[in-house]
Design a protein around this ligand. Structure first.
Ligand code: PEP
Ligand code: MG
Length: 564
């Protein structure tokens, strides 16, 4: 039996199912019949004991001086606290809530109290408390939420959904593939899975009743199929296909040390997108000319507090060191929308994609922003850094950014720390940013088109919503026009234009983007050699003709046909 999904990270994976459930718990909010109260109290107490003993078991396997050990300790202390048991019993008996609802309420209240405290460490604990509450709710039904000990090297993760922060907690060496029921092609979880080179299918409507933990699975993340309990014949066929894919990738390695130049001599600067220091260290192996996008917000996803200026400075210097003279484009923290940062406070918003995100968040949190800018300016003394700002729409925002940069420089002078020269650019991710380029470009050294968001805001289609696959096509007439407008404006101002959204990682679209006049492409590292091969095996003259033709087309399917 097979079900289909969207391929976000190509490859073939063989393994066994492991269901994980991270959030989205269905809870019954109806009041309990009086006769059930004692039973429900019993359930809450048993669940607490069950989770405590599981955590103690996990703790016994890790080093006593590790941070993880202390975090588990804090969770155990809370679970063993007698006040917790009393509170739960009170909610069940007095308010007649089920064990799950009582846990949800009690933990939410406790998390709120912590969040109000002045002590930033305790305020950070508030999220941990919510997580612990969710695990306890799950333990009521005898399951352990997100239990890493369930994983072995052959695991294929099955889940409803996975946020980028949750993805960051997965031990990637322990899994073969990922299948999610939700998620769109350019969601951040998809981008991370692709960069990690893990075959992944999103938006895959498998029925959890057909797949127990341990069921044999094969992900064919080339055709977009999940095979459940595959027969011998399917297994053999996919083994062969997997071998061919391995050989294809092996053959691509011939491009590692080759410059990215078309047959007729047009050079395209090919850079890599990264989200961690270890990604940066790997770019020599994939033949990138440097880093075109360092998504620094991912540095914050797994930490308890934001690294200070010195720690960030050290990290950027380490990145420069491993780049050995190649350019490092650092994007300041792009917080908001689907990128929740557990260690930072973010208010609830009805429309987070249209809310306090990107540069808006930074301008509202100036200490966070200026600390990062100072670290980057200092690191620029030690190598080639370009500074990139996310989601800038307006000249006023840019003026504020420059004021803050000047203030940071003055601080560094006063503190006798020194700083280096830096090129400054913005991400062009909204129609407003494209239309405002004539005002913005005189102040900039480069721009980088963020096609993931530019598509989302141009077509008013949520990039992470699997229902909108047709409404969020990789290329559309409106997007091509916006890219062309941005390129023309940059040429008029002699400013370099890069494109760093996932469009640049699709080998089929390279002719269009290069033909439209993009100078630099910054791509998902997993696709870099495919993209380089597309450049090296093409002619710029043909690319330009194709782009010209694409600009005349009015239908998405005609465009897709032209580019396939
Ligand atoms: C983009 O929007 O295209 C982009 C590169 O930024 P992110 O995917 O991190 O939003
Ligand atoms: Mg973006």
């Amino acid at each position: 039996m097979a079900v289909t999904g969207i391929v976000v990270s190509p490859g073939i994976a063989f393994g066994q199912a492991v269901h994980i459930s991270l959030h989205h718990q269905k809870v019954d909010y109806r009041l309990l019949p009086v006769a059930q109260i004692a039973n429900e109290c019993e359930k809450a107490i048993k669940a607490t004991a069950f989770l405590t003993s599981h955590l103690q078991n996990c703790q016994s396997k890790i080093a006593a001086d590790s941070e993880h050990f202390h975090l588990i300790d804090a969770d155990i202390m809370l679970l063993e606290d007698e006040d917790l048991a009393d509170e739960l019993k009170k909610y069940i008996t007095r308010f007649r809530f089920s064990a799950e609802v009582s846990i949800e309420r009690v933990f939410a209240q406790h998390a709120d109290e912590l969040a109000q405290l002045d002590d930033p460490y305790m305020a950070n604990r508030s999220n941990d408390v919510i997580c612990l509450g969710k695990r306890l709710m799950s333990a009521v039904n005898g399951t352990l939420l997100w239990d890493v000990s369930k994983l072995d090297e052959n695991s294929i993760l099955l889940a409803e959904d996975l946020t980028p922060a949750e993805f960051a907690t997965i031990p990637l060496n322990k899994i073969k593939g990922i299948v999610l029921k939700t998620g769109g092609l350019t969601s951040h979880t998809a981008i991370l899975a692709k960069a990690a080179g893990i075959p992944a299918l999103l938006s895959c409507q498998f029925d959890s009743n057909d797949i127990n933990d341990g069921t044999a699975l094969i992900i064919d993340a080339i055709t977009g199929e999940l095979h459940i309990n595959p027969n011998e014949f399917t297994q053999q066929q996919l083994q062969q296909k997997s071998q061919q894919e391995i050989e294809r990738r092996q053959a691509l390695k011939q491009y590692i040390d080759v410059p990215s130049i078309t047959i007729d001599g047009h050079s395209v600067c090919l850079l890599a997108n990264v989200s961690s220091l270890s990604d940066v260290c790997q770019i020599q192996d994939i033949g990138a000319a440097g880093i075109g996008l360092f998504r620094t917000e991912f540095l914050l996803m797994q930490v308890d507090s934001v690294p200070n200026e010195k720690q960030q400075f050290q990290l950027y210097c380490d990145a420069l060191h491993s780049l050995n003279g190649k350019v490092l484009t650092i994007r300041t923290f792009d917080i908001g929308a689907d990128k929740e940062i557990p260690c930072l406070s973010q208010n609830y918003e009805d429309n987070p994609a249209l809310g306090v995100r990107g540069i808006r968040y930074s301008l509202q949190h100036k200490t966070l922003f200026s600390t990062q800018i100072k670290a980057i300016l200092r690191a620029a003394n030690h190598g080639r850094i370009r500074l990139l700002f996310p989601m800038v729409n307006q000249i006023e925002e840019l003026e504020q950014i420059f004021e803050i940069i000047d203030w940071c420089k003055q601080q560094l002078v006063d503190e006798e720390k020194g700083f280096g020269d830096i090129n400054i650019g913005i991400m062009v991710e909204t129609p407003a940013a494209v239309l405002n380029l004539p005002h913005l470009l005189p102040k900039l050294d480069f721009i980088s088109i963020g096609s993931n968001d530019l598509t989302q805001y141009t077509l008013a289609a949520d990039r992470g919503n699997p229902e909108l696959v047709k409404d969020y096509p990789p290329v559309s007439p409106a997007m091509i026009k916006f890219i062309k407008m941005a390129v023309d404006e940059c040429k008029a101002h002699q400013t370099k234009v890069c494109l760093c959204g996932e469009l640049a990682s699709d080998p089929k679209l390279i002719s269009l983007l290069v033909g439209l006049g993009i100078d630099e492409l910054s791509v998902n590292s997993a696709s870099l050699l495919d993209v380089k091969a597309a450049i090296c095996n093409g002619k710029f003259e043909m690319f330009a003709q194709q782009a010209k033709k694409a600009l005349t087309l009015s239908h998405i399917d005609k465009l897709t046909e032209l580019l396939s």
